[in-house]
Design a protein around this ligand. Structure first.
Ligand code: ZN
Length: 174
């Protein structure tokens, strides 16, 4: 009888352990996709410019406001999930090897969360510039950043030329 009692929970614990890493891989991939490629993960309709429509007129501003807010919501949900996931999993692994793996995963998740927080801050800044009327213009040279580039990178503050120049300088410094 006691043998049967201890055998049962062990079996289910092993099963849970085996299943866990598979489940964990999915949110991480999603988070990475969110951070690098907004357009594909959110599925908004690309902006259709009307003939002679003013750049960053109210309709265009609303388009990017929607994109930024949807992106922010998605990121905040992601942060929530990570926190809950870490709370749920904490102290669930008595085996030292499992603990080491878990610690690695946690530190990875913390870094992901940190990146998400920074991104949320950038999104907030972009939303502010929409209200100020500065959104969509290059911070460095003042040129229009362009609808397509902004749809691909809604938090972009530099036009593609200034961004490229910036990256070249960065490389030379580093
Ligand atoms: Zn520029």
């Amino acid at each position: 009888m006691p043998v049967k009692k201890t055998a049962a929970p062990k079996k289910s614990a092993t099963a849970a352990k085996k299943a866990a890493p598979k489940k964990k891989a999915a949110p991480k991939k999603r988070a990475a996709a969110n951070a690098s490629d907004v357009g594909s993960s959110m599925g908004f309709t690309p902006f259709q410019e009307k003939k002679g429509e003013e750049y960053m007129g109210e309709r265009m501003r609303q388009h990017f406001r929607d994109i930024l807010q949807a992106w922010k919501r998605e990121l905040m949900e992601e942060v929530d999930r990570t926190v809950h996931h870490m709370q749920d999993d904490a102290a669930n692994f008595p085996d030292p090897n499992d603990r080491a793996t878990q610690e690695e995963e946690f530190s990875l998740e913390l870094r992901t969360r940190d990146r998400e927080r920074k991104l949320i801050k950038k999104i907030d800044e972009s939303l502010e510039t929409i209200e100020k009327g500065d959104y969509g213009y290059c911070e460095s040279c003042g040129i229009e950043i362009g609808v397509r580039r902004l749809e691909a990178r809604p938090t972009a503050t530099l036009c593609i030329d200034c961004k490229t120049l910036d990256e070249i300088r960065e490389k030379q410094r580093g």
